[in-house]
Write a protein that binds this ligand. Structure first.
Ligand code: TRP
Length: 337
């Protein structure tokens, strides 16, 4: 059986972008011939400061979103990273396998550290080694990821390869990325050139999974567009897309929510004023998200239910991870007296 691992950071609420770009696909993968582990990566979240009073609730909220979106804790393992110590233990070994030069090439570190590189946490720098440990502590064969994580997955393969060759073993698999069908990259509602992000200072830039119908309607109504009507065809080039990023973003969201192609959306709405299209978009967003939001709220009112699922998940995860870590210790020559 193929084993899937994926992770999501509990660094804030969950957005429509997280849902359409990742969580929805994770739920679908359960129906295929995979055994899935889905992890709230709280150790990754604290690579940038998280309010200790808010972090537990954020972890529960992301868990609630996964469950509400149809991830079934009876068939998939749902847990938080820090509850399975083997992640951090293997990450240390990988810190000693990965090279400083590899880390220096990571574009996400450069973006997140920005101009204040010297002031970034050491954890942010080592982030990809922990991610490699997340995946390889289960010898996962497949990892569903968005475009922005492809480089980290390549580094995971490099770590596996170097570990195998340094120690003369054929131990870790070379994990394959799973790129979803129509890649859905949901952009900010205020600036179509930026990814929709839970860390954007403006709440109007995103739709949160927990938003009620009125809030969603208000955000879509105020979403940035240009004065032209809805495009009559999908963009023929990156330049065309870049010329009207907000227009194509809203069309892309509609397409993803209705499982249609961009061309079908253009056929249906091309030439219409954006005010009309926004009304239709609000209706489908509320219809699709409504039941998920309702179940999320129910779960958030029952934190004990969420915690029980996470506890069971951590136990199941540890059952796979612990024997693998023991084997790794033996391979590396760490004495287990
Ligand atoms: N880096 C991923 C992100 O920010 C989260 C993540 C951590 C992850 N560990 C992982 C994703 C392992 C896939 C597999 O989106």
């Amino acid at each position: 059986m193929k084993r899937i691992f994926s992770g999501i950071q509990p660094s804030g609420g969950v957005t429509l972008g997280n849902y359409l770009g990742a969580i929805r696909n994770w739920a679908k993968l359960q129906q295929e011939d995979y055994h899935c582990l889905y992890c709230m990566v709280d150790l990754h979240a604290i690579t940038v400061f998280q309010d200790p009073k808010a972090l537990p609730q954020q972890t529960r909220e992301v868990t609630a979103a996964l469950l509400a979106a149809g991830i079934d804790p009876k068939t998939s393992i749902v847990f938080n990273q820090s509850a399975v110590a083997e992640h951090a233990q293997l990450a240390w070994i990988f810190n000693c396998v990965a090279r400083v030069g590899w880390m220096n090439r990571m574009t996400q570190f450069k973006e997140k550290a920005g101009k204040h590189r010297e002031n970034a946490s050491l954890g942010l720098y080592a982030y990809p080694a922990l991610m490699a440990a997340d995946i390889l502590i289960y010898k996962a064969t497949h990892v569903p990821v968005g475009d922005d994580q492809k480089q980290h997955l390549e580094l995971t393969r490099d770590v596996a390869q170097k570990f195998n060759s340094d120690y003369g073993v054929d131990y870790f698999p070379l994990t394959e990325p799973l790129i979803y069908g129509a890649a859905t990259r949901v952009m900010s509602l205020r600036d179509g050139s930026k990814k929709m992000s839970k860390s954007d200072p403006s709440d109007m830039s995103r739709i949160n999974l927990i938003d009620d119908a009125d809030t969603i309607a208000g955000k879509i109504r105020k979403a940035k567009t240009d004065p032209e009507p809805v495009p009559v065809a999908p963009p023929a080039s990156d330049e065309e897309r870049a010329a009207r990023p907000e227009a194509y973003n809203l069309m892309g969201i509609y397409a993803a929510l209705t499982d249609k192609s961009l061309a079908e959306v253009a056929d249906e709405f091309g030439g219409a004023p954006f005010s009309a299209f926004k009304g239709a978009l609000t209706d489908v967003a509320v219809a699709v998200m409504g039941p998920i939001t309702a179940e999320m709220r129910r779960l958030m009112d029952h934190p004990d239910e969420i915690d029980a699922i996470l506890r069971r998940g951590a136990e199941d995860a540890r059952e796979i991870a612990a024997p693998i870590l023991r084997e790794v210790y033996d391979i590396v020559g760490l004495l287990r007296p």
